[in-house]
Design a protein around this ligand. Sequence first.
Ligand code: NAD
Length: 308
Amino acid sequence: MNIAILGAGAMGSLFGGLLAEAGQDVILLDINEGHLNAIRNNGLGLCTDSGDRQVTRLTAMRPEQAQVSPDLLIVFTKTLHTEAALAGVRRLLSPDTLVLTLQNGLGNIEAVGRHVRQDRILIGMTTWPADLVGPGQVRSHGQGLVRIMPVEIQQQKAATQVAKILSLAGLRCEVDPQAWTAIWEKVAFNAALNSLCAVTGCTVGQLNAVSDGLALARAVVAEVIATAQSAGINADAAHCMASVTDALARHKAHKPSMLQDVIAGRQTEIESINGEVVARAHRAGIAVPHTEMLLGLVRLIQARKAED
Ligand code: NAD
């Protein structure tokens, strides 16, 4: 299968590298010249539980250089770059191209849907972790899962085929009609931990330094899950809090991506996480004061950093 990865940073490179190793024809599309050059010169460095190696059986280029219409396009930009990235590859998309987004946050169907027919979109979430440790070098340890579903039910067969291809590459993937539950529970997790760490500068473990950290996380999770439930999603606050407490205990030194973005002076994914939750909660008449406060604080930090 011809697979293009749009946004070949940490996650895009991990997925692209593993799919290429499994024999798929993979093109990495990105705008980070240093990363692209390193891959062109030395291949993609993958450091996973299977060992360290260079994957050379793939190509890496800027979106405007791509010529081949992919069978499957996997979108892995940060959510704030989805629109620009899809606009940059629109000419490559044939009526048959499937587009899969595994990005965090909400609003991804709407963003992809501005460029792609609904019946070509697959949506999902993944618990695979990845870090870009340097140009052309990606690290991912531990095991994850991918849950996907078609936006329109008639694409169930296509979703099953994509799940099989991802699983054969070692990226355990299931077609899950309840994928929205997993998506919302991850949004709740990120709305709590990402924004709390971004605002306080705490690592995940440092949120446990005083009981207020866990209490704040619990309050955000409860608000997000209430918003999900108002939309008919069968999400569970206790299940989500179990992931939060596990992360606080096990990933003590981890700096969530939103904190890393704040430190680097970049814009964050706050709008597609807390921002989308607050917008949906307002429409449903649900009060989400903690989530809204964190949204405002991260917006302020971003605005101040942009002025520096
Ligand atoms: P990243 O910043 O490492 O990668 C994003 C890539 O997109 C960058 O290489 C950037 O250069 C590229 N990009 C930006 N604009 C582009 C454009 N116009 N055209 C092409 N490429 C463009 O981000 P990431 O950590 O890989 O995360 C990607 C998505 O996956 C996010 O939504 C994130 O929340 C989600 N996610 C990340 C992880 C993780 O562990 N890193 C886990 C699950 C989900």
